[in-house]
Each structure stands twice: as C-alpha cells, then as structure tokens.
Design a protein around this ligand. Sequence first.
Ligand code: IPM
Ligand code: MN
Length: 335
Amino acid sequence: DGKYTVTLIEGDGIGPEIAQSVKDIFTAAKVPIKWESVDVTPQLKDGRTVIPQEAIDSVTRNYVALKGPLATPIGKGHVSLNLTLRRTFNLFANVRPCKSIAGYQTPYDNVDTVLIRENTEGEYSGIEHIVVDGVVQSIKLITRAASERVLRFAFQYALEVGKPKVRVVHKATIMKMSDGLFLRTARDVAKEFPQIEFDAELLDNTCLKMVTDPAPYADLVLVMPNLYGDILSDLCAGLIGGLGLTPSGNIGDECSIFEAVHGSAPDIAGKGLANPTALLLSSIMMLQHMGLHQHAEQIQTAIFKVLAEGKTITGDLGGKAKTHEYAGAVIKALN
Ligand code: IPM
Ligand code: MN
C-alpha cells in the first residue's frame, strides 16, 4: 500500500499520551506510515535483562522505531531498558540537536547546537564489581573501533548538514588512556575529511563557555564519549527550555530508534497534561532520516508556529492547553 511500517514503543507514564499526539498529527498530515506498536516490558533470561523477541523482530524488520520514555531503575534492579535497546541494535551514534524555539523565552537566543554521543560503551559498558567491601570499580571502556565509528559518523553528519567544524569534547588531561585514545582516533579520522575543520576542547571548559555564550557553538558538531554526551546534552537542552523540547536519534548501521530523552513523568501520567513536543521533534528527525523531508518540514513548521503563538501550549511551557488541544492546534496549523 505504499506505506512504510515503523515500530512504535509508546513507553511508560506519559508515553501513550504523547505517542497519541504523534499518531494524530501524522494521520492529519497524511504521512505514509503505518505504526506497529510493540511491548518492551523486560524479561529476565539467564540473569540478563532482555527485551521481548517480538519487539526485536519488529525493529529489525522495519529498520526504524519511535520510542517514548521508559522508566529506569536507580542504583539497583534490571539494566536500563533504554540502554538495552541501544545495545541490542548496536545504535552507536546518539544525535542530539538543540535549537532555540521562537516564542519560548530563555536567557539565550539563537542556540543551535548538535551533539553526537558515542552510544555503546564508556561508563555505560555496565562493567562494575566490588573489589572488597567498601571499594568498587566501574569500568570506562573505550575501544578504537567504537570511537572510530562514531567519529566518522560525526564528520559525515557535519558534511551532510553543512556545519564547517567537528569538535571533540574530552578530558584526556585526566583520563589519559581512555579519552586519549578517543582523541587520537579523532585526529586520525579528521584526516579523512579535509573539508571539515577539526579541534578539541576540555569538557569542563565546554560547559563554562556554552552557558556563557552558546552562539559560537552553532558552527560545530560536538562529538564525545558516552557519559559526557549524556550530561552535556542535558546542559544544551537547558539552554533552550529543557528536555520537553529536544529530540534525539539513536543511529545504527542496521536500524535507528528516535526517542524523547525526558522521563516518564508518572506524576502527570494519564491526565492529558503532558507536552508531546520532544517526541514530535524526534518523529520529525525520524521522517528526515527516512527521506520524508516534505512531511517533516510541514509538521515542524506547524509545531514552531503553535509554539511561537504561545496560545495553545502545555503547562510546562506556561500555558493551559491539554495534550490533545496542543496536538489539535498543530493539526490546524498544517497546510
Ligand atoms: C538519556 C537518558 C538515559 C541515559 C537513561 C534514561 C538511561 O538519560 O537518554 O540521556 O543515561 O543515557
Ligand atoms: Mn540523559
């Protein structure tokens, strides 16, 4: 029927409500996509957290998935499902753009950053053990192979979106071996891309400079090891108004999962109060990735129009609209 099938992982808490907004808006915009909803409730297999085989098969078959928030247990319990998904499908590059939104006032304007986070190793390798009582080790695993893969992706991404420069963010002054390897690999990969400028910056300095004046970062693609990317991407989100407004895409060679990075907000779940913008913007990244550029443009323009008008926005943005009223306003703004 000429339609693409996309796996939908609605997620926990507010997940189903914000997913509904995406579905309604996509239907109204006649996006040629059929959703295949899957359940990713974790199962324990040989002491390891795994996601149900049907979910794995669905993503593998469709190549593309959209995902809402999944709750992550703190300090104990099963491995984060979010990470399990990234690992299961080898989604090695996590792309996190942050762009100022007209109409939503923060102390910054014209923020336009792109952060690419290594998504499979570093402190997220999950290798931890107790040495003796009161002493633990958590391993930060860095390999040349995974570094090279994400770095090459970052340079290619810069070429595609027309950013002149790639900057590695690191702390090789302290993490001499792990970040040192990442940085050396970056210098090697940079030689393959003479059209793209390359430099490096210490993570703490990046944080300082970015909150002082984010404007110079608009010309860059930032690339870094996993945990730095986790933290710095929240900082970037903070510059434009928080995780309710920022998209993300987990990209692999075989498939990709686009997701909202915010939590499942159990306190407001089921009340129709959630802001679906982050998931919507992630779904727009997904459309771009699939080559459905016109639909992506059309929906994005409608969203930014509604946000700029500021009349039908959700409570977190200072408005009074319910989730479905906001989605309704976006639908009206499509043309
Ligand atoms: C993110 C989140 C995840 C992470 C959590 C939910 C496991 O914070 O996507 O940034 O730490 O990567
Ligand atoms: Mn995070």
